[in-house]
Design a protein around this ligand. Structure first.
Ligand code: GLN
Length: 490
């Protein structure tokens, strides 16, 4: 079986054949060479990266009387380059959220997930492009230009973690951090042929991650191989005193070494819901093959229905815009954000927001403010909360009779740049299958499922609350039976 990229690097680092500094320089060089075309990166972290790499090298080896001695520090992430989405704080580094309003902002502290990766010896090399404040499905709402899909640069990379997915697909780093509110690691993962985990709500701390829709936001690890996701995940998971919504994940200490889930007698419910009408035939054929693979491994595939799921996208859009309108109010040019000058406070705030926020952010602020306003709150926001509960309950119930759910990640593959930006509803439709786990607070893992008309397609595995470790074992079992995650874009 082919070793995962991180396992390969690990071997080189542990044997002394590779140094972390060399790997960091290699990432930086690759970004310089390729990113003019892809635009997955909005800020390099040269010095920061090299310092972290040199620190990792000192942990790996010491110089004794002029001879190199390996120290035997074998942490899985020691010396490994990673890319971090631009909505996660790294102390002393640009922290721009893909937005002009925070352009030039330097973070005074690091997010917990970043700190945990750093303690494990990981080397953050660059800040990944993203849709502004993670609002989007294509990576085109990035204030510093759209990310292009490494498989075909006329296509989008998917959003909002467009840069994280494209960076892994283009080989800048074997691992990236994204964030997922309604699909933002899974959709770009699927579009770029990368695996991506949305953990159970609370399992990864959100301290230092810019809040978009707080009741839905999660950090999500991304890598081609599920094993590499598991490695990064195990380093970051767990309660954080800085994030009161964080929870401990039972069994996380036994996650590594990752063992494949035994597929025999596993009951997996297949669901495509309303996306069936929109599904691209070549995507369908990838999904069907994935189902056959699972069946071939001994799993039982059952078609399931989740009637509540028809309301998932509308429910998500209402809750999302409401929370976005409230969270983005802090970017007012006073506490955060670039300011336009005016002698009048109201004009200064309005002017700063008007000048520096992008179209999609403004759209959601207006929609969200409307549905939270007096006279509309009950009809929209409260109703959406009730719908969310009903959806979560119906999904929870289905797990009484099955072990996991499998769905396509998206009905289609990456679309052309510019194709959907003018039509927000078309853009929101991209999330039709990814919002469900987000609303139900449950984990979901997207894995590559092959090429559909030459572009990557993905399948999504969904498990009950806190089943993250098992979900990774399932994804690993799937990747042992397939080689989609090994495909390279040329
Ligand atoms: N595409 C979804 C949206 O625009 C999800 C975004 C995300 O998960 N950050 O809301």
């Amino acid at each position: 079986m082919k070793k995962s990229p991180i396992a390969n690097l690990r071997e080189g680092l542990d044997s002394g054949d590779l140094s972390s500094e060399y790997l960091a320089l290699r990432s930086i060089e690759k970004i310089k060479r390729l990113d003019g075309r892809i635009n997955a990166i909005n800020a390099e972290m040269g010095e920061f990266a090299l310092n972290a790499a040199r620190l990792a090298d000192r942990r790996l080896r010491s110089n004794v009387d002029g001879r190199l001695r390996l120290n035997g520090d074998r942490q899985p992430f020691l010396g490994i380059p990673v890319v971090v989405k631009d909505n996660m704080a790294c102390k002393g580094q640009l922290f721009q959220n893909g937005s002009k309003i925070t352009k030039g902002f330097i973070s005074p502290f690091s997010a917990t997930v970043v700190n945990r990766l750093l303690s494990a010896g990981a080397v953050p090399v660059a800040r990944a492009a993203m849709d502004e404040f993670a609002l989007g499905s294509s990576g085109e709402y990035h204030a510093f230009g759209p990310t292009r899909n490494p498989w075909d640069t006329s296509k989008v990379a998917g959003g909002s973690s467009s840069g994280s997915a494209a960076a892994v697909a283009a080989g800048y780093a074997p691992f990236a951090l994204g964030s997922d509110t309604g699909g933002s690691v899974r959709l770009p993962g699927a579009f770029c042929g990368v695996s991506a985990l949305r953990p159970t709500y609370g399992v990864l701390s959100r301290y230092g991650v810019t809040a978009m829709a707080s009741s839905l936001d999660q950090v999500g690890p991304m890598a081609k191989h599920v094993e590499d996701i598991a490695m990064g995940f195990s380093v970051m998971a767990g309660v954080d005193p800085h994030d009161s919504t964080s929870v401990d994940l039972p069994g996380i200490q036994d996650l590594l070494p990752l063992i494949p889930k035994d597929l025999k007698n596993l009951k997996i419910g297949y669901f495509a819901g309303d996306s069936v009408k929109a599904i691209q035939p070549a995507v369908q054929s990838c999904v069907s093959k994935a189902l056959e693979t699972l069946e071939g491994g001994g799993a039982k595939i059952i078609n399931i229905d989740l009637p509540c799921a028809s309301y998932a996208l509308e429910t998500y859009c209402l809750l999302n815009t409401a929370e976005v309108s409230s969270n983005l109010s802090r970017f007012d040019g006073v506490r955060y954000g670039n300011r336009v000058s005016s002698s009048n406070l109201a004009d200064m705030v309005a002017g700063s927001r008007n000048m520096h926020l992008g179209l999609e952010a403004k759209r959601r602020i207006l929609l969200g403010t409307f549905c939270l306003s007096k006279g509309h709150y009950d009809a929209y926001y409260l109703k959406a909360l009730k719908a969310r509960n009903a959806i979560a309950r119906s999904v929870m119930e289905i797990f009484n009779s099955i072990d996991f759910i499998v769905t396509p990640v998206s009905p289609i593959t990456a679309f052309a740049l510019g194709e959907k930006v003018a039509d927000p509803l078309e853009m929101y439709m991209m999330d039709i299958l990814t919002v469900l786990p987000a609303l139900a607070d449950i984990p979901a893992l997207a894995v590559p499922a092959g090429l559909a008309d030459g572009l990557p397609a993905g399948v999504q595995f969904i498990g009950p609350r806190l089943s993250d470790c098992d979900l990774l074992r399932l994804g690993y079992a799937f990747q042992q039976l397939t080689d989609h995650h090994l495909l390279e874009n040329t």
